[in-house]
Design a protein around this ligand. Structure first.
Ligand code: SF4
Length: 169
């Protein structure tokens, strides 16, 4: 026991170092999204996240947008609790049969103008769950999609760049 304790105290961590941050590039992308949203909507962007059946890998990256490193809200973005307050539905995962109606109702409850962003490979076409008996397919099988963000999962930076592409269309 003592040997094991000593070994764990002396061993170096097995985690990989984080990629070097590029605060300036991140701030530039985020500021451009906010500027485009203000031009289009007269205010910052409100995003409602919908997990339509994800493995939660995509959610971890979306949650990272709130952590002290990315701190998305300093640029004006808000994740809102109700689709009635949202401009963008950010949908992750393949659409499972259990979540299909919930996604349709969330889409119907979102006021115009509204955009749907499908984030991740599963949201594009079902991804690795494509042929599952429990899955209807990608997000576009249920609601119209304005933008796909590729990746499994997409990084926080890719999510931001996707929102920017959407606003600049
Ligand atoms: S794209 Fe990858 S991380 Fe996202 S829900 Fe599918 S399997 Fe999970």
């Amino acid at each position: 026991m003592r040997t094991l304790l000593l070994k764990s105290l002396l061993a170096s961590p097995v985690t990989e170092p984080a990629p070097a941050p590029s605060e300036a590039a991140l701030a530039e992308v985020a500021a451009r999204v906010d500027e485009a949203a203000c031009r289009l909507l007269g205010r910052s962007l409100a995003i409602r996240h919908v997990d339509a059946g994800s493995c939660n890998g995509c959610e971890l990256e979306i949650h990272a947008l709130h952590n002290p490193f990315y701190d998305l809200e300093r640029f004006g973005f808000r994740f809102v609790a109700s689709p009635r307050h949202a401009d963008v539905l950010l949908v992750t995962g393949p659409v499972t049969k259990n979540m299909r109606e919930a996604l349709e109702r969330t889409y119907a409850a979102t006021p115009e103008p509204k955009w749907v962003v499908a984030a991740g490979a599963c949201a594009a076409d079902g991804g690795m769950f494509k042929n599952s008996y429990a899955v209807t397919g990608g997000v576009s099988s249920t609601v119209p999609v304005h933008l796909h963000i590729p990746g499994c999962p997409p990084s926080p930076r890719a999510l931001l760049e996707g929102l920017l592409a959407l606003m600049e269309r």
